[in-house]
Design a binder for this molecule. Structure first.
Ligand SMILES: NC(=O)c1ccc[n+]([C@@H]2O[C@H](COP(=O)([O-])OP(=O)(O)OC[C@H]3O[C@@H](n4cnc5c(N)ncnc54)[C@H](OP(=O)(O)O)[C@@H]3O)[C@@H](O)[C@H]2O)c1
Length: 253
């Protein structure tokens, strides 16, 4: 099968690309670096030639909700439309567990718009909602690290390894399209605590400070709105096992 991984050089996309290659699929990576801009559509139609399934692992983080929303809604629509023209038969989109429970957080509103645009078709779609990655505390520190301090919000989460998410995306790509699936790791943690543990394990020079985000959104994030619900697929490794792995050691920080 020929699989196009949109965002195939990102944290989860690169694991999805590896998993697809390991499973014997032919992999096409759609990123700006590889000459495909999914937002403008540049290079997209040509890159989808002969592709059977698209995995959408694109990302753009912006504090401005309007920017994130335009990105996720437009890229989802472009993948659907260009994929339909190219004869693609299935789109698998990566999303996030529990977003409805934090409705005022602009990034989640943007991800909900992405899910809606994907499900609008015309191609059949499968949604995989994952919890925060084991890599997520490090991703937050990459963004928030200033001088001797990095601020990381207190979020109750049941995180999962990005490598595990990549493998499940590829598994779903090979199955019949349809449905929304949920995936989480084995244990519940506070993301700020995990950031401190990651920084200690890596001997990072800056101090990690846990941040209590204000208002209703902050309370929702701290009180477990993003936790896995009943019926969620649970898959390892645990954060502890992941922290000792090569995957954790090679994160640039
Ligand atoms: N982080 C988490 O804890 C978590 C949890 C659950 C779900 N998710 C979801 O997982 C997805 C991937 O997140 P991530 O953290 O793995 O992403 P990431 O590391 O930030 O990677 C983003 C990828 O998107 C590509 N990209 C960005 N803009 C593009 C454009 N206009 N055209 C083509 N490619 C573009 C980037 O490549 P170029 O820069 O070369 O274009 C890169 O390959 C997101 O949708 C996120 O919501 C994340």
């Amino acid at each position: 099968m020929r699989i196009a991984i949109a965002g195939g050089t990102g944290v989860v996309g690169s694991y999805a690309a590896d998993a697809a290659e390991d499973a014997g699929h032919d992999v096409v990576v759609l990123t700006r670096h590889s000459g495909v801009d999914v937002m403008t559509g540049e290079g997209l139609t040509a890159a989808l030639d002969g592709v059977d399934v698209i995995v959408d692992a694109l990302n753009l983080f912006s504090l401005k909700g309007s920017v994130s929303k335009a990105f996720f809604a437009t890229t989802a629509r472009n993948l659907q439309e260009a994929g339909n023209r190219a004869g693609v038969r299935h789109v698998v989109t990566l999303s996030i567990v529990g977003m409805e429970g934090v409705p005022r957080y602009p990034y989640y509103a943007a991800k909900l718009a992405q899910e809606a645009a994907t499900q609008r078709g015309p191609l059949p779609a499968t949604i995989l909602r994952a919890t925060q990655f084991h890599e997520f505390p490090a991703q937050v520190m990459q963004l928030s690290h200033r001088g001797p301090v990095a601020f990381v919000p207190h979020i109750r989460s049941q995180p999962v390894a990005a490598r595990t998410v990549g493998a499940h995306l590829v598994r779903l790509a090979a199955e019949q399209p349809g449905g929304t699936h949920e995936l989480a790791g084995p244990d519940v943690h506070d993301i700020a605590d995990l950031a401190k543990r990651f920084a200690k394990a890596r001997g990072l020079s800056f101090r990690v400070v846990g941040l209590r985000l204000p208002g209703k959104t902050g309370r929702q994030l701290r009180s477990g709105a993003l936790l896995a619900t009943e019926g969620t697929t649970i898959d390892g490794p645990s954060f502890d096992a992941w922290l000792g792995s090569e995957d954790a050691k090679r994160i640039p920080l």
